[in-house]
Write a protein that binds this ligand. Structure first.
Ligand code: DX5
Ligand code: ZN
Length: 223
């Protein structure tokens, strides 16, 4: 699969979201971080803002739910029109049911793992998902340094996906920038979330293009 870049609007200007998403028009996704101040120590936005964003951008919206009780809330994001909805393994009580509900509402279903959560216990769930998100920072804030310690897990996740012959995308999120994206691509990631690396750049559109070019080169070398 071609490399995909998903700018995270967590680092955008929340008072100008429509302009901020328009500034990355050739990105593959808009990544939206939903935080509830319980699962993570930060509060961002919820369904009403996602609904407004869906009207403001032609790009597919990727909702990353860092919330407690995703079983209750996640299907609503899919029903609203988010093209991808990701729940955290650590927060879900009935992940299989919830992932199936996301899919039956017409969205891609994603499962996220915190840096300290091993991938192996979720090997059998890979058949239920369209994307695995391996967090490369502790979730909650943009602009944190990339955790190299997670790289072996990215490789093991890629091997598990390959071994089962599944078409599951492997997303990385947190500290992804020009210094770290190649290591992620070499380890097997193919969807790259970047918040501060895109929105702190003078030219966010150019930042998206150059991250994509870098990841594409690195993933070919690693292939
Ligand atoms: C962090 C969020 C990320 C965040 C990444 O919990 O899930 O999506 O926006 O920001 P950067 O790319 O700045 O690390
Ligand atoms: Zn995120």
């Amino acid at each position: 699969m071609a490399v995909q870049i998903a700018p995270s609007i967590l680092s955008a200007d929340f008072a100008r979201l429509a302009d901020e998403v328009a500034a990355v028009a050739d990105a593959d996704w808009i990544h939206v971080d939903v935080m509830d101040n319980h699962f993570v120590p930060n509060l961002t936005l919820g369904l009403p803002v996602v609904e407004a964003l869906l009207k403001a951008t032609p790009l597919p919206v990727d909702c990353h739910l860092m919330i407690e009780d995703p079983d209750r809330w996640a299907p609503g994001y899919a029903e609203a029109g988010a093209a991808s909805v990701t729940i955290h393994a650590e927060a879900a009580s009935a992940p299989i049911r919830t992932l199936r509900e996301i899919r039956s509402a017409g969205a891609r279903a994603g499962l996220a793992l915190n840096p300290g959560t091993a991938v192996e216990p979720y090997a059998d769930l890979l058949a239920e998902i369209d994307m695995l998100l391996v967090m490369t920072v502790e979730p909650g804030f943009g602009g944190q340094p990339f955790l190299d310690v997670v790289l072996p897990k990215i490789s093991r996740a890629r091997d598990l996906i390959k071994g089962r012959d599944l078409d599951v995308w492997l997303q990385v999120d947190g500290g992804v920038n020009t210094e770290t994206i190649e290591r992620c691509a070499e380890a097997g990631a193919d969807v790259f979330v970047a918040g501060s690396a895109v929105y702190s750049a003078d030219d966010p559109a150019e930042a998206v293009r150059s991250l994509r070019a870098q990841a594409t080169r690195a993933s070919r070398q690693g292939a």
